[in-house]
Design a protein around this ligand. Sequence first.
Ligand SMILES: [Zn+2]
Length: 264
Amino acid sequence: MNENFILLILPFVYGACVGSFLNVIIARVPSNLSIITPGSHCNSCKAPIKYYDNVPIISYFILSGKCRSCSSSFSAKYILIESLSAALTASLFFLFGLTTTFFIYTILVYMLIAITFIDIDHLIIPDSFILFGIFILFVVTLAGWAPIPLKSSISGALFFSLFLLVIGFIGSKVLKKDAMGGGDVKLGFILGSFLGFKISILTLYLSFIISAVVILLGLVTKQISMKTTIPFGPYLAAGTIIVLLSNRIDNENILLDWYYSLVF
Ligand SMILES: [Zn+2]
């Protein structure tokens, strides 16, 4: 087997384990429950899940997605989140190696996975994520690990959040309902500060395109109506993750390079 391939197994397993913890966060943070105690248990029969049945991804297959005590089914969402986290961690390791950029990007990705699934279920982005983001930003800046200069970080944060604020304001006038939650604006502030001004424009562009495509598909297939409240967090997450995967270590972006080469 190729030795580079073997090297990716470790970040994959690490990502799967983080994904397992993200499942706990997603299930408990919106209800303000502790993410430490009690340990993992079956939601139907409350039986604790033994450590040997709590191996990310693998246990789901061994138990065929069912509780060992009561045989009720576990949601496929658990394995989806573990696999997503594992695949993205391995991809970022492949792109950036063992660098501070890898660690910062994986933390952002983990935060965005949790936000996506909470926003879909509850239509909120809990403030604890925003505070966590600010904490990471603070540590990264103090340690001198920031992938971009401070000036770019500030302009990115202001641009990203103000843009969402303005779009939300216009949207609420046009649609006569809340179009952009305060959580989206706050998340925009965090994302913009990590991405910088130029990459923030690209991220917003991608997020709005993806949301437009998904919403149009939803309307055409009658899965949603004009009255449906659509969480925007998942689109910000999708746009950001595409951008992180196409960023280079010098914080230039291959999608932007490609766009410039077409236009100029
Ligand atoms: Zn059970």
